[in-house]
Design a protein around this ligand. Structure first.
Ligand SMILES: [Zn+2]
Length: 273
């Protein structure tokens, strides 16, 4: 599926049908068809008979325009439709709809939480040239929040370094953390691995990225090789960190996460070597 991001609807006019990402709090409206689940594809949003709090254009998915709207808390979904969380959107409709719905949710949240300037408290207005709001009094720009976070799979020969974050869950994932102001992605990767595990790394390589709308991260994935050091749990972020081989893996994160894609890619390489 090809999606083109845009701020404003195209001047040449809208497509006859549009995808409507209808947001209620943290959930998205989905439509149950006989044997599939979709996002509502409509001529106009008024067909649903819902009251609309705010509306933004998102871009064009294949041959159809995409919009997002927010509806009030507690209003009932139209017949044959229901509100679902993003993880359910992923399991019912796949990663592309998950990303689009996650983006829609974040744009609605940005609009809702930036009605007034964070510096002087005056009213803001939505710009038409970029995805931003500007304070009518002091001119400060307010962009949607996006927090870059790195995630890295460190390997040592046939072993991968995995961490367990919480005592309540047996799941182990890759090392991850937020990028600090002033830091490059590579510096963040080195620092997080050092702080969380005590291990030194080399050969940092970009892997892939993934929007992670819980609530507004962008995960940037890397691989790296072990360069030295012993595992030490010093910053309290993990309850356990260990080297695992393909034949003694712990419980892994779900398929949706980039952590799992990193681990699966490592395992695939092992299987082929
Ligand atoms: Zn202001």
């Amino acid at each position: 599926m090809k999606f083109v991001f845009r701020i404003l609807p195209p001047k040449e006019g809208l497509t006859e049908l549009s995808w409507w990402f209808v947001i209620q709090e943290e959930r998205v409206l989905i439509q149950q068809k006989s044997n599939s689940t979709t996002i509502p594809l409509l001529r106009t949003i008024s067909e649903l008979g819902l009251s609309i709090l705010r509306q933004h254009y998102l871009g064009r998915l294949e041959e159809c325009d995409c919009f997002t709207v927010e509806v009030p808390q507690g209003c009932d979904p139209p017949h044959g439709m229901r509100f679902e969380g993003l993880r359910e959107v992923y399991s019912l409709m796949g990663e592309e709809y998950f990303s689009l719905a996650g983006g829609a949710l974040q744009i609605i949240d940005w609009d809702r939480t930036n009605q007034f300037c964070g510096r002087c408290g005056s009213k803001t207005r939505t710009l038409e040239t970029e995805r931003a709001k500007q304070c009518l009094q002091c001119g400060l720009l307010h962009f949607p929040r996006l927090a870059p976070a790195i995630i890295v799979l460190v390997s040592r020969g046939r072993e991968a370094l995995l961490a367990r974050r919480r005592i309540e869950t047996p799941m182990y994932g890759a090392i991850a953390g937020f990028v600090e102001p002033g830091e490059t992605l590579e510096q963040a990767v080195e620092r997080e691995v050092r702080e969380e595990t005590g291990v030194r790394i080399r050969d940092i390589q970009y892997f892939a990225s993934q929007p992670w709308p819980f609530p507004h991260s962008l995960m940037i994935g890397f691989t790296a090789n072990y360069a030295g050091g012993e595992i030490t749990l010093n910053d309290g972020e993990n309850v356990d960190v260990r080297w695992f081989t393909a034949d003694n893996l712990p419980q892994l994160p779900g398929k949706l996460s980039i952590a799992r894609k990193l681990i699966d890619s490592f395992l695939e390489k092992q299987a082929n070597s």
